[in-house]
Design a binder for this molecule. Structure first.
Ligand SMILES: OC[C@H]1O[C@H](O[C@H]2O[C@H](CO)[C@@H](O)[C@H](O)[C@H]2O)[C@H](O)[C@@H](O)[C@@H]1O
Length: 525
């Protein structure tokens, strides 16, 4: 498609982007969620719990029983009646997945973290390694037999869940999980995780944010190609490379077509194609609906609310939910404008995807595909340098698809003032990629810029310099282990982390494998 045939929904005055279909079960569970909120009140109310429940009988039976519940005039159901209904007609939120022992778990894997010598750190690392056992699950038989009774999406292989209220697989968490599993020498489990993501891609055309039907309107930072690449490097598994390649090409198409594709004309008149986050949803996120409705309550009309709901879901697609990075006014969440930003990290991940696809295509002897994707990567590198690079700051900056004045049907025209000059950890992510980090002069300049950016803190890297009260900031809490990565791994989105949470387990183990344990670092846990 050339630039002139494209009309961007963001150019239009009202929300007009695509909306993924919902399903009758979700609609019912959201009714239940609203009723529960009225009965229980907002204190400690977690809306996600209700959309994670599954049905004991078919939906019409459950819906009939729900409709028959005695209600007060304001629609409230008594605690006793609600409780009885839930016990009778719904399974618990945890019941869709059952504990399973990872097939390749070894209590003390041979060759575990060879460069970590400190006995205290080794002991702690082994404890983290053991946590895989408590995070591993397989999908319960009932989900396969009656998918219409579950919001959980059945996956063929065992999964690693983040834990706590996150009882399902998450896309970009899996990248960290896989890296950690390498340190634990659990290659079979890592391959299973990749097969599950490929399964989602085959079924939906993209990798969902997470393996729940309510996540089928958006993806997450696309790191599947990196996982496949890294597994191939470690295991030489040709079958995995062959099976994954068509899926990765499909994923590349998802991020480079429709609403995700953006064309910007640079100062010299050259058109560049880049990608952005854009959720296919304009309603409250079912797993956070009460919170989203509350956020939107200060907006005046339905059209503004729909627009905000899309921006909230799109911010969730970034994995940085929520950060001042996506807000026009850092103090006001209703100013989220995720779809109006071309993000540096997303385009770095897609460039990496292009290189990984080329690598895997070469491995299986498909030189035509390899050449095509090498060209795509080079074009994206040129685009990133033209649109994101800021010579004065020595950083790649997110680009604002400004207001509708510069947004024309044939795409956008680059303006220096549309680069977001705020400092974010993502401004440095291109250094992850050899196409950028092979240039020593560039690396020196960017590293100097990073060291004076204010992001580098005593125990990690802040994601931004603005404390919004949202989760995407550097938090120094007692009892948390801080690890941050720059160099071979992308900067972590949430530098403060607690072990026992799937992805942070992965980061800790991957960090230890990659960098060992710096002498002067203390364990704070
Ligand atoms: O429940 C609200 C949101 O939760 C998820 O986001 C956070 O947890 C994920 C799992 O660890 C993590 O991948 C993400 O970066 C976190 O912000 C979910 O991904 C969101 O879509 C969801 O609305």
């Amino acid at each position: 498609m050339n630039a002139t045939s494209q009309t961007h929904p963001a150019c239009l005055p009202t929300d007009s982007g695509p909306v993924a279909p919902t399903n009758p079960l979700l609609t019912f569970l959201e009714q239940l969620q609203e009723t529960a909120l009225k009965t229980l009140g907002p204190k400690n109310f977690d809306p996600k719990l209700y959309v994670d429940l599954s049905l004991k009988s078919n939906l019409s039976t459950v819906q009939d029983a729900f409709n028959r519940l005695p209600r007060a005039e304001n629609g409230t159901v008594s605690f006793t009646d609600l409780n009885f209904f839930m016990q009778s007609y719904l399974n618990g939120a945890e019941d869709d997945l059952v504990y399973t022992e990872p097939v390749d778990f070894s209590p003390a894997p041979e060759g575990f973290l060879p460069t970590v010598e400190n006995p205290e750190v080794r002991e702690w690392a082994l404890e983290v390694h053991w946590l895989w056992k408590s995070l591993c699950r397989r999908v319960a038989g009932g989900v396969l037999d009656s998918p219409e009774k579950h919001t959980l999406i059945a996956l063929p292989q065992p999964v690693m869940i983040p834990g706590s209220r996150f009882r399902e697989v998450y896309y970009w968490d899996s990248h960290w999980v896989v890296r950690g599993l390498f340190a634990s020498k659990m290659y079979e489990t890592a391959k299973g995780i990749v097969s599950n993501l490929v399964h989602l891609l085959d079924e939906f055309g993209f990798v969902l944010n997470g393996a729940r039907t309510y996540y089928s309107n958006r993806s997450q930072p696309p790191l599947l190609s990196s996982m496949v690449h890294d597994i191939y490097i470690r295991t030489g598994d040709m079958d995995l490379a062959k099976e994954s390649l068509p899926a990765l090409v499909k994923e590349h198409d998802f991020w480079n077509s429709g609403v995700h594709r953006v064309v910007v004309r640079d100062a010299q008149g050259h058109n560049h194609t880049l990608s952005r986050y854009y959720a296919m949803w304009n309603e409250p996120r079912p797993e956070s609906s009460t919170i989203d409705k509350e956020t939107a309550s200060k907006l005046m009309n339905d059209s503004e609310k729909q627009h905000l709901y899309r921006e909230l879901a799109s911010a969730a697609e970034t994995g940085w939910d929520f950060s001042s990075r996506w807000m026009r006014d850092a103090s006001d969440l209703t100013t989220l404008a995720t779809t109006s930003i071309i993000p540096v990290d997303l385009n770095t991940f897609i460039l990496k995807m292009e290189l990984d696809i080329a690598f895997l295509a070469n491995v299986i002897g498909d030189s035509t595909t390899a050449a095509h994707f090498i060209q795509a990567a080079q074009a994206r590198k040129r685009a990133m340098n033209a649109i994101f690079w800021n010579e004065e700051m020595g950083q790649w900056l997110d680009y604002w698809l400004s207001d509708r004045t510069t947004c024309k049907e044939d795409g956008y025209t680059w303006e220096a003032s549309n680069q977001n000059r705020n400092v974010f950890a993502s401004n440095f992510i291109p250094l992850w990629i050899e196409l950028f980090n092979s240039d020593g002069t560039l690396v020196e300049k960017v590293m100097q810029s990073f060291q004076s950016s204010g992001l580098l803190q005593a125990a990690g890297i802040a994601t931004s310099l603005t404390d919004t009260g949202q989760q995407c900031i550097l938090i120094k809490k007692q009892g948390h282990m801080f690890v941050t990565l720059l160099g071979n791994l992308p900067v972590s989105h949430m530098p403060a982390m607690q072990t026992g949470f799937g992805w942070s387990n992965g980061v800790v183990l991957a960090f230890l494998e990659e960098f060992g344990w710096p002498q002067d670092l203390k364990i704070d846990c």
